[in-house]
Design a protein around this ligand. Structure first.
Ligand code: CP3
Length: 348
């Protein structure tokens, strides 16, 4: 690893690193009093559409903790608004007219990022200008099937029954919608990289709801369609799959450098199944941040142990941090991960 390469990017590329990098899903969010203070003045939507505010909030966790990456403050549903979808955040996304017909699918506009979501690209430019050089910026999008769940289901749900039923009832229409979303997210992420994002992440939050026989032809095929466009961007690609332990065997061909995992997939097993060509990201249970300090340290140590000594692990939670988490617990976690993973002489 060259001394100029940020530790997070080196770990994504499975290069040896002096310590295990850490960032936290939803690291800019309601557990931070300074985030809540901004949200008292402006709506979530205004926050995502105002580059100065989005940049300010993105940088908030970096001021408190020595995190190894920043993630753009936005939402997976934001680009869909640019494609003509009417939705609100309450706080989860609610689509006014869920998509259920072929006509509604035809009516979706292709996404032209510079025209439809210029504020996202401006946010990225502002963050890059202000963030420390050793802290790379992650751009992101929802994976096509996860967006499909909200578009067809209309609102947050545990089972996304209507979205899953649609796959069986109208497989061809479902496939067309997934293709449109895949192409839109490919264009969206490529534009983020062009604006300065140094890694790109696809959030497949609901892919784990699918039976293995449906995951491959719908969710995985669409995610691969997005990722294939991005290979030429020259930045690491991360595919986060929530509740995917039964599906990991299907991920070998995916065009991602890093697979993000939730806490139900032990990292050691995941690494064996995924093979040596993938780095892994994760996967502490967000609930562990409620443990007393010694037990939190032990839980973090267990994740490091599971990840093993081979290069290619980025520490994270297994899913987003909970809004009632104590920021001091996050400070302890970041320190303990950096301390316990020291590898004197490796890279750096
Ligand atoms: O810090 C970061 O991680 C960057 C910002 C970010 C947000 N949403 C901000 C947000 C990211 C990466 C997301 C991704 C996202 N959004 C996902 C994928 C990750 C996951 O959690 O599975 C999903 C499924 C969504 C959809 C979404 N947006 C939900 C379900 C909710 C409500 C849940 C909640 O946390 O309250 C949102 C709203 C949202 N997105 C908030 C934030 C900070 C809360 C809004 C508020 O301040 O009121």
């Amino acid at each position: 690893m060259s001394p100029d390469t940020p530790v997070f990017l080196a770990a994504c590329r499975r290069e040896p690193v002096p310590y295990t990098p850490i960032w936290i899903m939803r690291q800019a969010g309601r557990y931070l009093p300074e985030y809540r203070a901004v949200r008292e003045r402006v709506s979530f939507e205004t926050l995502t559409r105002t580059p100065e505010l989005a940049a300010q909030v993105t940088l908030q966790p970096l001021r408190r903790f020595p995190l190894d990456a920043a993630i753009l403050f936005s939402d997976i549903m934001t680009p869909l608004q640019g494609m003509g979808i009417d939705l609100t955040f309450e706080p989860g996304p609610v689509v006014r007219e869920p998509i259920r017909t072929a006509a509604a699918i035809e009516a979706l506009r292709p996404l032209v990022p510079e025209r439809d979501v210029p504020f996202v690209l401006d946010s990225i430019r502002l963050i890059r200008a202000a963030a420390p050089r050793h802290v790379p910026l992650i751009g992101f999008a929802g994976a096509p099937f996860t967006l499909f769940c909200y578009l067809v289901g209309g609102r947050p749900s545990k089972e996304f029954e209507s979205a899953r039923a649609f796959l069986y009832a109208e497989p061809e229409a479902a496939g067309r919608l997934l293709d449109q979303l895949a192409d839109a997210m490919g264009a969206y992420l490529a534009a983020q990289a062009a604006a300065g994002a140094q890694a790109l992440m696809l959030f497949e939050s609901w892919g784990g709801l699918l039976a293995p026989a449906q995951f491959e032809p719908f969710a995985l095929r669409a995610a691969r369609r997005t990722l294939a466009v991005l290979r030429g961007c020259g930045v690491p690609l991360i595919y986060y799959l929530n509740q995917g332990s039964a599906l990991l065997g299907q991920l070998a061909p995916i065009e991602a450098d890093v697979i993000g995992l939730d806490w139900r997939s032990p990292l050691g097993t995941a690494r064996r199944v995924l093979g040596p060509d993938k780095a892994v990201q994760g996967n502490l249970d967000p609930a562990a941040l409620f443990a007393p300090p010694a037990a939190l340290a032990a839980a973090a140590g267990q994740v490091l142990l599971e990840a093993g000594g081979a290069p290619g692990h980025i520490f994270n939670l297994g899913h987003g941090i909970w809004p009632h988490t104590d920021p001091d617990a996050v400070a302890r976690l970041v320190d303990v991960v950096h301390e316990r993973s020291q590898r004197p002489g490796a890279g750096g």
